[in-house]
Design a protein. Structure first.
Length: 310
C-alpha cells in the first residue's frame, strides 16, 4: 500500500470490463482487495496479455494491433481511465419444463414429449405431468374424429394422401387463401403448399412428384384425395396415367375415406391457431403459423409410427 501497510487479497479471478471506447475485454488473474478505494491496472500484466500501452503528452492509449481498446489521461502521478465491470453474463442451461417444450413443439401431446425424453432428444422431468394449455384449447376443433381402419404402408411413396384446406377467413401475408398438404403414408412426412386459388393444386402436385422421387430414389405409386374438382380435371388424370400413378378418390360427402389428410389438416390448423393465439398475432400470419406447425410435425413422433421419431 502507499503508506507501507498491507492488505489481504480476498480472491483471484477473471473480470470482464467495458472501456470508455466501447470495447469489452477480459482481465486475467485479477486480485480482489476490498480495502483498496481505487482499481489499479498493471501495465506489466497488460503487456503480458498482448496489449500495447502508449504514453504521450499526458495521455495514455491501450491498443491491440490497429484497434484502440482504451484511453486515459494523467492524474497526479498515475493515469486515469473509466472502466465498467460487466455483470455476469453466463447463461446456465436449466432443465426446461414440460409446458415449455409443449409450446416449443407447437402444442405436442404428453406422450410425444415422453417419447422425445426417452430418446434423449429433450431434457424434461419425467415425474411432472403436462398442465392444461388454454391456447391449445382455443385452437382445437371440437369435431368427432374418424375411426382409422386402413393399414399403414411400409414403403415410402407407395401411398401419398392429399387435401386442400380453405378458403381461410383472411388472406395470408403472401396473399393465399388455401393451403395444400401431401402426406406420405409410410413416414407420415407432410409437405405444405400455399394457394391463392384451388386450381393451383395440379401444378403443386407436379412439383411435389419430381421433388419426392428425386429425394428418395423411389417412385410415387398412389395418390389418395377427395373427389374435389381440383383433383379431377382431365389434365390431372392424364398426368397420373402418363407416370403410372394410381389415383384413388373418395366418394362424395365421405371425408373419412381421406381421413389421413383430413386429420393432418385439422391438426395443422389447431396448432396454427394455438400459436397465433399465444403470441397475439393477427390472423394474416396464419401462413407462417402453418409452415411452423408442419416443420415441427415432421420432427415429432407420430402415433401411426408408434411414436417413433420420423
Amino acid at each position: 500500500m502507499g503508506n507501507s501497510s498491507s492488505s489481504g487479497i480476498a480472491g483471484i479471478g477473471d473480470v470482464q470490463i467495458k472501456t470508455s471506447s466501447g470495447s469489452t475485454i477480459t482481465l486475467k488473474d485479477v486480485r480482489h482487495v476490498p480495502d483498496l478505494r481505487l482499481n489499479l491496472l498493471s501495465m506489466v500484466c497488460l503487456d503480458e496479455q498482448g496489449y500495447e500501452n502508449h504514453f504521450s503528452r499526458g495521455t495514455w492509449k491501450m491498443s491491440k494491433g490497429v484497434l484502440t481498446i482504451a484511453r486515459g489521461h494523467v492524474c497526479g502521478t498515475l493515469y486515469k481511465t473509466h472502466l465498467r465491470i460487466c455483470t455476469d453474463s453466463l447463461n446456465i442451461a436449466e432443465e426446461a419444463s414440460q409446458d415449455l417444450w409443449h409450446l416449443r413443439l407447437s402444442h405436442i401431446g404428453e406422450k410425444g414429449l415422453t417419447t422425445l425424453m426417452k430418446k434423449n432428444l429433450i431434457n424434461i422431468d419425467k415425474n411432472v405431468t403436462l398442465g392444461p394449455c388454454s391456447h391449445y384449447l382455443f385452437g382445437k376443433q371440437h369435431r368427432v374424429s374418424f375411426s382409422s381402419t386402413s393399414t399403414k404402408r411400409s414403403e415410402l411413396l407407395s401411398l401419398v394422401h392429399s387435401d386442400v384446406c380453405g378458403p381461410l377467413e383472411v388472406e395470408s401475408l403472401g396473399g393465399s387463401r388455401y393451403f395444400l398438404t401431401f402426406i406420405d403414408d409410410a413416414s407420415r412426412k407432410v409437405w405444405v403448399y400455399f394457394l391463392i386459388t384451388k386450381d393451383q393444386v395440379f401444378e403443386c402436385f407436379k412439383i411435389l412428384h419430381v421433388l419426392v422421387e428425386r429425394e428418395t430414389g423411389k417412385k410415387l405409386k398412389c395418390l389418395r384425395s377427395d373427389n374435389g374438382g381440383e383433383y379431377t380435371s382431365k389434365v390431372f388424370d392424364a398426368y397420373c396415367r402418363t407416370y403410372g400413378i394410381r389415383h384413388e378418390k373418395s366418394l362424395p360427402r365421405t371425408p373419412q375415406h381421406n381421413g389421413v389428410a383430413e386429420r393432418m389438416n385439422r391438426t395443422i390448423m389447431e396448432r396454427a391457431r394455438s400459436m397465433l393465439n399465444m403470441v397475439k398475432l393477427p390472423k394474416s400470419f396464419w401462413g407462417e403459423a402453418v409452415n411452423t406447425a408442419c416443420y415441427l410435425i415432421n420432427r415429432s413422433p407420430p402415433v401411426p409410427l408408434n411414436f417413433e421419431v420420423p
